[in-house]
Design a protein around this ligand. Structure first.
Ligand code: ASE
Length: 297
């Protein structure tokens, strides 16, 4: 095998197996491994298996995968392996960590992962896969996304968890001092009247919808506010040629599988704003997942 072939085979295998990494992390989290180790660190695989009601061989494998993934640490004592959380696990994977991503992980595992099982059909048909995945009609996206109390809570808490980590960067990207009254738009913004404010925040709203509905919403905002008012959009921006960053590309595909929208380039957002009557348009890449776009009337 040539050197190049060898490299390519390594890359190919990384992609081939990538889903197993996600699934191992989801499972350890769902079984309660990180929460147990947070309250009682330094446990053997046998004790962990017993406490969580699992098979001990399966648990040992899962724990050692977590060690390799840097989600757990292991310490040998009297020939026995004692497991404990790494900083990463304590921060993001425990239910009550200060920066817990527990609900978002659950949402990705239960809802997003299931929908991605039908990625082929999503691409064939160009529409989300709620019907195939959960037997839910998707003509009303709100009803599909918020299909049960449990699902709503998981999704809302999950979005809040992402916000708790990424919020500061997008909210400080622009000087918002000219806008004393700020309104964070959410809920059923297509049917409800838009209240008057100086600045409207649309965080992860526009990416759920096709252009037509985005323009409708932005037009409603434009009509509700005075000249000088602004709209701050919080979304992940695609490169102008749409060939990166990978996270934005994958999130855009996720919008195809789960919503009626897509992620957009700065120029695409500018076009939406122009159509709705807004003039001044700026955007800032934060270097993190979410970027900031500011337009003014
Ligand atoms: C949405 C946000 C999400 C709609 C569906 C979603 C998330 C997962 N599924 O508005 C959270 C953030 N992840 C992405 C892909 O944006």
């Amino acid at each position: 095998m040539s050197f190049a072939e060898d490299l390519d085979y390594g890359l190919f295998n990384e992609y081939l197996n990538g889903f197993m990494v996600s699934k191992a992390m989801f499972t350890a989290c769902e079984l309660g491994v990180f929460d147990l180790l947070e309250s009682e660190g330094f446990l053997t695989f046998n004790v962990i298996a017993e406490r969580l009601g699992t098979n001990s061989h399966g648990m040992e494998q899962l724990l050692d995968i977590c060690v390799t993934l840097k989600l757990l640490k292991v310490e040998m004592k009297k020939g026995k392996a004692l497991y404990q959380n790494t900083e990463l696990a304590t921060l993001y994977l425990t239910k009550s960590g200060p920066k817990s991503q527990y609900n978002m992980l659950l949402y990705m595992s239960k809802t997003t992962y299931s929908c991605w099982n039908h990625l082929t059909e999503a691409i064939r048909e160009g529409k989300n896969q709620y019907m195939r995945t959960f037997g839910i009609p998707s003509d009303d996206l709100f009803e599909a996304i918020y299909r049960s109390e449990e699902e709503l809570v998981k999704f809302m808490h999950g979005l809040h968890e992402i916000w708790s980590i990424n919020g500061r960067d997008v909210i400080t990207a622009f000087d918002l001092s000219p806008f004393p009254l700020i309104y964070d738009l959410g809920g059923d913004f297509f049917r409800d009247a838009i209240p008057e404010a100086d600045l409207y925040i649309l965080a992860r709203i526009l990416h759920d919808w096709a252009d037509k509905k985005c323009i409708q919403l932005l037009t409603n905002i434009h009509q509700a506010c005075k000249p000088g008012c602004g709209v701050l959009v919080v979304e992940t921006l695609l490169a102008e040629d749409k060939r990166g960053p990978l996270t934005s590309q994958l999130y855009s595909m996720n919008m195809l599988v789960q919503t009626e929208g897509k992620e957009r380039t700065p120029t695409e957002y500018q076009e939406l704003f122009t159509q709705a009557g807004f003039q001044d348009f700026q955007f800032k890449k934060t270097g993190k997942i979410y970027d900031a776009i500011l337009a003014r009337k």
